[in-house]
Design a binder for this molecule. Structure first.
Ligand code: GLN
Length: 537
């Protein structure tokens, strides 16, 4: 049987949680024993979000193959078993670059190159490319943006054509809308949904299912009203009520019959979806045995999406320990006035995490936070930049190397404990400006890292330019640093931890990208466990 496609579009307003619905659908279908992959089509003209500010776009999610992708791919990987790659995220920028490159090579044989068919064909080719993996049962394709946007039109045209290209019985369309509740009238308003579906019909797409986001439970006649006006069965109107935890979404959508409907529509015969792992997650989230306060010291703390995977992974670490992680988002700049003020702000934290980041702003505040955690033996977890700042703090305050820094922030400093490989002696460079994607790492026996993973070789994802400078390895090791994770040839530091501290560990990679609610990342699980045993003072 050919791979089936489910296309997910959104209308009325943005931020409806399309990504969560698409991911949840993936997990329910997997629960039926199907092999699933999600894909995201992004209408922006950037080739990828790698160059966008976290303030603009939120986090950049990195896949094993080193693609810098939309943060929705993070949801997809957290909710399903699939390991995604650059093939799972396509942007307008990529599509146009490819078409223009082909045009320059003369591949269009003298034709006028146009949006239809050349751009739309390129989009379809990218969608169909996923189906080359014959073992894939279903591909769920989410179209970014909202119906009515100029930018998304070529994508909508392409998915419309897919129905005739690939076969009616192999393509289904899910449209997500908002059904607002008018408090004063005590009514749910279906008009925006009607308009949005009308607009979709105007483009030539009749949705098979309408998923309606609502803050108020549906009234008995809400579904029939939408069904009547939008030309679908009442059963095909899915109530998508605001939930207190997104992890309940797969259970909720199964109860609403979303997967039944789509499987019938696509001729997929399977058993009822097994969501046992999700039931367990939701039970823990509802009844945690304790709460653990973790301070996250960053610089994009007002845009929560900028640290999406970090905040998810901390939550998962809590779930794996049966507790709730209470995150305190601390602006690094607020800690810059010195240790007294830092101590005031960090008081009560049972763990501190410094996430990844770029640029100088906030660095000194992060170093204050790390010093506080090291001196008071509060569990500390440094991720990427968080490891680099941990090394700088150690060099400055334990090795007493005044002015130790990363060459990212002080290119001419006396002690470049973090620097680019090109700037280091006796190392082979990796080529390219960024270390991106999955790299192997060998763990040291008896270390906290090895205890957490219970594996010898691990693979973790990177996104950084700077590295620990090996010239400082020996001095650090003598003063109590254990380099518990290194590249297989030993040349790159991947994990460092302090021997004389209950749990202080920095990693050069981004473990948060591989954490799932149903399978917390081992380091996040171990960090929260350490925080739980620590008595806050
Ligand atoms: N700015 C640092 C580097 O490029 C850290 C990057 C990160 O935290 N992802 O090496």
């Amino acid at each position: 049987m050919p791979t089936k496609f489910v296309f997910v579009t959104g209308g009325v307003v943005s931020s409806l949680g399309k990504g969560i619905v698409a991911s949840s659908l993936g997990s329910i279908l997997e629960g039926r024993g199907l092999k699933v992959q999600n894909m995201k089509l992004d209408p922006y003209i950037n080739v990828d979000p790698g160059t966008m500010s976290p303030f603009q776009h939120g986090e950049v999610f990195v896949t094993d193959d080193g693609a810098e992708t939309d943060l929705d791919l993070g949801h997809y990987e957290r909710f399903t078993q699939a390991r995604l790659s650059r093939a799972n995220n396509t942007t307008t920028g990529q599509v146009y670059s490819a078409v223009i490159a082909k045009e320059r090579k003369g591949e269009y044989l003298g034709k006028t190159v146009q949006v239809v068919p050349h751009i739309t064909n390129e989009i379809k080719d990218r969608i169909k490319a996923l189906a080359k993996d014959k073992s894939l049962d279903v591909v769920i394709v989410e179209v970014g943006g909202t119906i009515g946007d100029i930018e998304s039109l070529p994508f909508l045209e392409a998915i419309r054509q897919m129905r005739t290209d690939w076969g009616r019985e192999h393509c289904a369309y899910v449209h997500l809308t908002l059904v607002p509740y008018m408090k004063s009238a005590g009514e749910l308003k279906t008009k925006p949904t009607q308009h949005s579906v009308k607009e979709l019909l105007g483009i030539g797409i009749q949705p098979d299912v309408i998923v309606c986001r609502t803050e108020h439970p549906f009234f008995p006649d809400t579904k029939s009203k939408i069904a009547l006006f939008c030309n679908v069965d009442e059963k095909a109107v899915i109530e998508n009520l605001d939930l207190d935890t997104i992890y309940e979404m797969p259970l909720w959508l199964r109860k609403e019959g979303l997967d039944d409907l789509l499987c019938k529509r696509l001729g997929l015969r399977t058993h009822v979806s097994n969501l046992h792992a999700w039931e367990k997650v939701v039970a823990t989230v509802r009844r945690p045995s304790a709460t653990v306060d973790i301070g996250v010291v960053g610089k994009y703390t007002e845009v929560r999406d900028a640290y999406k995977s970090i905040s998810e992974a901390l939550t998962h670490g809590g779930i794996a320990n049966g507790v709730r992680t209470e995150m305190h988002w601390i602006e690094a700049a607020d800690l810059e006035k010195g240790p007294v003020q830092a101590a005031k702000i960090l008081k009560g934290m049972r763990g501190v995490l410094v996430p990844g980041g770029f640029g100088h702003r906030g660095i000194e505040g992060k170093i204050e936070a790390i010093r506080w955690a090291r001196e008071r033996k509060v569990p500390y977890f440094g991720v990427c930049l968080g490891m680099q700042t941990m090394a700088i703090e150690f060099a400055r305050h334990v090795l007493k190397l005044k002015g130790a820094n990363s060459t990212e922030f002080d290119a001419a400093g006396p002690y470049p404990i973090i620097s680019m490989l090109e700037e280091q002696k006796n190392v082979k460079t990796l080529g390219g400006t960024m270390r991106l994607g999955a790299y192997p790492c060998r763990l040291a026996k008896g270390s906290r890292a090895a205890a957490a993973y219970s594996e010898k070789i691990i693979f973790e994802r990177h996104r950084h330019r700077y590295e620990f400078n090996n010239e400082f390895r020996e001095a650090c090791a003598k003063a109590g640093v254990l380099f518990s994770g290194v590249s297989p040839d030993g040349s790159l530091v991947e994990i460092m931890e302090l021997r004389d501290h209950p749990w202080m560990l920095g990693v050069q990679f981004h473990p948060e990208f591989k954490s799932k609610p149903t399978h917390a990342h081992p380091l996040f699980k171990a960090f929260i466990k350490a925080a739980l045993t620590f008595k806050a003072r």
